[in-house]
Design a binder for this molecule. Structure first.
Ligand code: PHE
Ligand code: FE
Length: 288
């Protein structure tokens, strides 16, 4: 999410949006999108939740080139009332929440360069749009994102953004979901990453733990490498119901000032799908 942002760039509107200026993308930029798209589209079927593929299809994101936000918004609006708007980069928390609460998803307009194909610090349009937008066509997920925006505004007033951010991280960005034929991916940070699309589902290293709202809001996360624990929801409807029906204020109060659980902690109460070996993280830690 959002850190250390000071001034709004001169070209941005008061709500921090800028024109996508779709016509100004170069052939090389469209080509980069097509390359990233082809790589993920070849790998994801069978691994990603089918609702994601349905969203790609429904929004016509399968057509070549960087998507035009106006076209995406027109289709999304009909499906779930959402729009996609461009911003210069990270935006302040309140601005981000305000947009979500009004069913506007904010996306960067820039695309990574060839040197950044597999690793980049800040989310680009491929992460923001390929990763996040398809599921906004799904009614329960779309409602969850809107509710999250309202929850964010409320959390801000209670000084609890850091705890709420863990919910976003372990669902919207790095969530797994259980289906009849096994675990599937749905988090945008996973599905937009070539390496993590395999790692999150198939590698023996990370823990895979059943979703538990309070547990997850206690759990720290890492922003520099693959996750060491993933949390598995039962369905988007269940995620929506649990988060909307729970008053977070007592949770925030309870967790206030607590250290937070380590990224690889396993609790006796955890519903474990897989106990991770943490071999990957250990090897990385050893390599100086
Ligand atoms: N129910 C939460 C609260 O009381 C709001 C929320 C809903 C937060 C859905 C996140 C997702 O603050
Ligand atoms: Fe993201």
């Amino acid at each position: 999410m959002t850190k250390d942002i000071t001034a709004r760039p001169a070209n941005a509107a008061e709500d921090w949006t800028i024109p996508q200026d779709w016509a100004s993308y170069s052939a090389a930029e469209h080509h980069m999108w097509d390359h990233l798209f082809a790589r993920q589209a070849a790998m994801l079927p069978g691994r990603v939740v089918p609702e994601f593929m349905a969203g790609l299809d429904m929004l016509r994101m399968t057509k070549p080139g960087i998507p035009d936000f106006d076209e995406l918004s027109e289709r999304l609006m009909k499906a779930t009332g959402w729009q996609v708007v461009a911003v210069p980069g990270l935006v302040p928390d309140r601005v981000f929440f305000e947009h979500l609460a009004n069913r506007r998803f904010v996306a960067g307009r820039f695309i990574r360069t060839p040197e950044q194909i597999d690793y980049l610090q800040e989310p680009d349009i491929f992460h923001d749009v390929f990763g996040h937008v398809p599921l906004l066509a799904h009614p329960a997920f779309a409602d969850y994102m809107r509710a999250y925006g309202e929850g964010g505004l409320r959390a801000d007033g209670m000084g609890a953004i850091d705890r709420l951010a863990r919910l976003y991280w372990y669902t919207v960005e790095f969530g797994l979901i259980r289906q009849n034929d096994g675990l599937k991916l749905y988090g945008a940070g996973i599905v937009s990453s070539y390496g993590e699309s395999v790692f999150a589902l198939d590698d023996a290293s990370p823990n895979r733990i059943g979703f538990d709202l309070r547990r997850l809001m206690r759990t720290r996360y890492r922003i520099d490498d693959y996750q060491q624990s993933y949390f598995v929801i039962d369905s988007f409807e269940d995620l929506l119901r649990q988060t909307v029906e729970t008053d977070f204020a007592p949770l925030y109060a309870e967790l206030n000032g607590s250290e937070g659980l380590d990224v690889d902690t396993i609790l006796p109460s955890d519903r474990l799908y897989h106990r991770g070996t943490q071999d990957y993280a250990r090897a990385k830690a050893g390599a100086v």
